[in-house]
Design a protein around this ligand. Structure first.
Ligand code: GTQ
Ligand code: FE2
Length: 342
């Protein structure tokens, strides 16, 4: 090919652009940072605002109008993507007495943590999981799930889904179930018995979906009595897969952090992004330059690499539920953490 008589970087760049080519020299030096940078913003959502919107949705949004009556927390920096963080979508779901949310499945993995109400149930692959406050129920990728509220009372839970991650991998699929409700084959109480210290080999075919608050609470109070807190996270309990000992799900790690009265954690930062929800009590979290004062029902985001620490100045214990994308970072060998001044 003929080169122009007076070639230059500018002429070359312009000619390459016409052929879908680009030179490394066209990148700015801003792409050479010694630390990870995120567009996700620290953000706090107050329960009062969420609850008011949920109650209004209960009046104006029928189950025939929406596959699910959920309200999503939208990160102000991710308005286009309509997501809470770049990896996780956090929502609240409200199911009134007598309502049923029809069965479906999707490649996005989901989890529910029950906040208010009890006695309704989620059916996961034919397994009936009756919900109590503080229970964690998983619907891993492509498991069928529908929600039935025959408890006579309304119920509210939080949903966590890896939708933004699965979407960025261009793998988001959805399929409705052919029936109005899944036939029930067994209960999560029956299945739980198969995952004890004595267990059949069949337990390896993981169908453990239900962590009950009664078990979690016992574990938490034993932890406080027998161990010392983590310097960065207070008393922390991770919800592990009982078969593999690995993360809650391949893309999301769920945990509880308990802060005793007067507890102040030290600041650290990590390459995972965390969404917190105040399940019990209140406190303050310092995230970068922000200070979030939270009460029961509030939620907030700690974006990756932001230094953060938590304080409980109240006279009672505070318990934070958290969801993080750490398993993704770890499996890609991108997880790092370090103490940080704040
Ligand atoms: O309950 O099945 O928050 O499919 C988003 C998508 C909940 C659910 C959400 C869902 C669900
Ligand atoms: Fe779903």
């Amino acid at each position: 090919m003929k080169r122009p008589m007076t070639d230059s970087v500018e002429v070359l760049n312009a000619d390459m652009a016409k052929k879908n080519l680009g030179g490394h020299w066209q990148l700015g030096f801003e792409s050479y940072l010694a630390y990870p940078e995120t567009t996700v913003q620290p953000c706090l959502w107050k329960w009062k605002d969420v609850y008011e919107s949920l109650m209004r949705a209960g009046e104006v949004v029928g189950m025939d109008q929406a596959e699910r009556r959920t309200i999503r927390l939208l990160n102000p920096a991710l308005k286009e993507r309509q997501a809470t963080t770049h990896t996780i979508q956090f929502s609240f779901q409200y199911v009134k007495a007598g309502e049923h949310a029809r069965p479906h499945r999707h490649t996005a993995a989901a989890l529910r943590f029950i906040l208010k109400g009890n006695g309704a149930y989620t059916t996961v692959n034919g397994q009936k999981c009756v919900m109590e406050e503080g229970d964690l129920i998983l619907t891993p990728q492509l498991t069928w799930h529908d929600h039935t509220n025959d408890s006579g009372k309304p119920i509210i839970w939080l949903d966590g889904l890896d939708i933004p991650l699965v979407q960025s991998l261009q793998q988001l699929l959805f399929e409705p179930h052919p029936q109005e409700a899944q036939p029930i084959e067994k209960t999560s109480d029956q299945v739980a018995l198969l995952y004890g210290h004595a267990r059949p080999n069949a337990a390896a075919a993981a169908e453990f979906f239900h962590y009950k608050w009664s078990d979690t609470e016992r574990c938490l109070s034993a932890l406080v009595k027998t161990a010392s807190p983590d310097r960065f996270d207070g008393y922390i309990l991770e919800f592990r897969n009982p078969v593999t000992g690995g993360p809650t799900m391949p893309t999301i790690q769920c945990a509880l952090e308990l802060l005793r009265p007067g507890e102040e954690t030290e600041a650290h930062r990590h390459t995972s992004t965390v969404i917190y929800h105040a399940f019990r009590g209140g406190g303050s979290s310092y995230v970068g330059d922000e200070r979030f004062d939270w009460q029961q029902g509030d939620s907030f985001v700690v974006p990756l690499w932001y230094p953060h620490r938590h304080v409980n100045r109240a006279a009672s214990e505070a318990v934070l539920f958290s969801m993080s994308d750490a398993p993704v970072l770890k499996s890609l060998h991108l997880y790092r953490e370090e103490p940080a001044g704040l």
